[in-house]
Design a protein around this ligand. Structure first.
Ligand SMILES: CC(C)(COP(=O)(O)OP(=O)(O)OC[C@H]1O[C@@H](n2cnc3c(N)ncnc32)[C@H](O)[C@@H]1OP(=O)(O)O)[C@@H](O)C(=O)NCCC(=O)NCCS
Length: 175
């Protein structure tokens, strides 16, 4: 896989339509088969509308990144610090709330490049730890995070439409 044209850049609010499109496409690809159509439709409409994403793009401490190959968006990541974190909200931690790559680009090193960027960002702001939450049945993602030194430290609920699921919270210490 030729990654020479890979770029990973902060998403400006003017790209909200592209952000909505890649968010919906990657979530559907990743979880569509294991969830009911009505739960998926409700979740995609609520979480990935341009209105909701615009709110997040303007939230202090919340930053989105696009991964592009030859200029085409093939993945994205959402990092939160401070009060923007979805849980924990420690002043000295950074959350990876989302990291999603289109299927053809999984296993190519692009997700690893995004993870390295997240870890570098956390180190730059002198965060003590970097954390995330992952669906308990998402074996591939759990394996990916484990490779990077994340270990489980808790669980919290994740609501997908009408379905209450369990996320494993994983953390990597940086100091
Ligand atoms: C999670 C994600 C970002 C990881 O990126 P990736 O490029 O697929 O990661 P890698 O291929 O480097 O690592 C995945 C590891 O899981 C392994 N793996 C693949 N399928 C697996 C499975 N079904 N069960 C367990 N491990 C699996 C791979 O072999 C690899 O481990 P290895 O390097 O030891 O061989 C990417 O798969 C993705 O975007 N998935 C869909 C969205 C998603 O689930 N995002 C995370 C939400 S919390």
């Amino acid at each position: 896989m030729d990654l020479s044209s890979l770029t990973i850049d902060i998403v400006a609010a003017s790209y909200v339509a592209a952000l909505s499109a890649i968010s919906k496409q990657t979530f559907q690809e990743a979880f569509g088969a294991q969830n009911s159509e009505s739960d998926m439709t409700a979740y995609l409409a609520k979480s990935f509308s341009t209105e909701q994403l615009l709110k997040e793009l303007h939230t202090p401490g919340c930053t989105f990144y696009f991964a592009r190959i030859d200029g085409k968006v093939i993945g994205y990541m959402k990092l939160n610090t401070g009060a923007a974190q979805s849980d924990l909200q420690e002043s000295d931690s950074l959350e990876i709330e989302r990291i999603y790559i289109l299927q053809p680009w999984q296993g190519t090193g692009i997700a690893a490049a995004m993870m390295e960027l997240a870890i570098d960002t956390a180190k730059k702001i002198e965060a003590q730890s970097i954390w995330l939450a992952v669906w308990e049945h998402n074996d591939r993602a759990i394996r990916f995070y484990t490779k990077f030194g994340f270990t489980a430290f808790g669980r919290h609920p994740f609501i997908l439409g009408s379905d209450v699921q369990t996320d494993i919270m994983m953390r990597k210490m940086l100091v």
